[in-house]
Design a protein around this ligand. Structure first.
Ligand code: ACO
Length: 329
């Protein structure tokens, strides 16, 4: 029999992990220069706000980063792995084509029996995964979920393409989400528009024992920028309206860490001052599905986000996908 439906789900612990290899803009510029490609710290900082990112060693997989983040989140929640009955990993850089990275993480954490699956919504993946876990808890399909965003985007970057390779990094973030009588997640909204598949994609595939087509990330940066700013504003207003709240009640905006200019623009449109926006893109780059839980955990452990604070999570990415979750922490 399914567990009883719950009134709410609530985050009871957060965790994150960055691989040790920090690569500053100067380090990256030197690496690209060896191939005759020019970039600079000044260009990257001015256009994106990024000063550094972390790249995983060749031996580290997405599941390895995810397991570190998960252990921190479980510890913060005071929860043992065997108490988890739902494990969702949001990733676009899975360890294998199949099985899911969630099943690999499950095995590495010594768990078995609960549901485990991956969500593929690129940079919106964590928002999708969190909204799904919340729904599953509220309908009684699960009681205690581990929701992870984890990526090794460095593996799909073309280091001969300076317009994309300077933007991304590797990392993982996780939350434990539990059935609760008190809120919790207040409102969520998820969207996609497949007409824009081509503006942000890795078009290659594996067939006949080989990678066919292009296995690297490709992006029309200006098209992404324009779409992102509009959809983030509309979805944020929509979740606030669903919860009967206004933008000025939001204590913390935790946006997908794509680019400081997109984040500032989203905050400005909502009328939120810069000091209520959690920013980690400067030190972490864009870690795709990992960026929101990484930023959330950084702000929680840094003493900024406290119990009871109203938090708005905003995701946007390839697909084109976008979504938001409003919660009381
Ligand atoms: N270093 C130096 N010069 C560069 C670099 C670089 N790394 N990359 C591009 N340039 C050059 C270009 O070649 C171009 O030179 P030209 O004028 O001689 O042709 C010039 O800089 C301007 O290039 P644009 O592409 O027009 O630069 P733009 O101002 O649009 O900035 C950027 C590019 C930062 C990608 C911007 O379009 C953007 O922020 N887009 C949003 C997309 C984004 O953030 N994506 C992240 C992933 S998607 C997501 O997470 C939702």
């Amino acid at each position: 029999m399914n567990p009883s439906p719950a009134n709410y789900s609530r985050i009871t612990g957060t965790g994150s992990h960055l691989p040790p290899g920090r690569v500053s803009n100067a380090d990256l510029a030197a690496r690209l220069a060896a191939d005759g490609i020019e970039t600079s710290d000044a260009w990257i900082v001015e256009r994106t706000g990024i000063k550094a990112r972390h790249f995983a060693d060749a031996g580290a997989q997405t599941s390895d980063l995810a397991v570190h983040a998960a252990r921190h989140a479980l510890e913060a929640a005071g929860c043992r792995p065997e108490q988890i009955d739902l494990l969702i990993v949001a990733t676009s850089t899975p360890d294998m084509i199949f099985p899911s990275t969630a099943c690999i993480v499950q095995r590495k954490l010594g768990m078995h029996g609960g549901a485990a699956f991956d969500v593929q919504a690129v940079c919106t993946g964590f928002v999708y995964a969190l909204a799904m876990a919340d729904s599953m808890i509220r309908t009684g399909l699960a009681t205690r979920a581990l929701v992870i965003g984890a990526e090794v985007f460095s593996r799909i970057l073309d280091f001969k393409d300076r317009t994309t390779c300077v933007l991304f990094g590797d990392g993982a973030g996780a939350v434990v989400l539990e059935a609760s009588d008190t809120p919790g997640v207040l409102a969520s909204e998820l969207h996609a528009d497949g007409r824009h598949v081509g503006i942000l994609c890795v078009p290659g595939q594996v067939a006949g024992g080989q990678v066919t087509g292009d296995p690297f990330l490709r992006m029309d940066g200006q098209a992404v920028f324009k779409l992102a700013v509009g959809v983030l504003d509309s979805v944020s207003r929509s979740v606030l309206a669903k919860a009967g709240r206004t933008a000025d009640s939001v204590r913390w905006l935790v946006p997908h860490q794509a680019n400081i200019r997109i984040m500032q623009s989203a905050a400005r449109k909502l009328g939120l001052p810069a000091d209520r926006v959690v920013v980690t893109v400067d030190e972490q780059g864009n870690t795709s599905a990992a960026s929101i839980p990484l930023a959330l955990d950084t702000a929680v452990r840094g003493g900024r986000i406290a119990r009871g604070d109203s938090v708005l999570l905003q995701g946007v990415g390839g697909g084109f996908t976008w979504g938001a979750v409003l919660l009381d922490f």
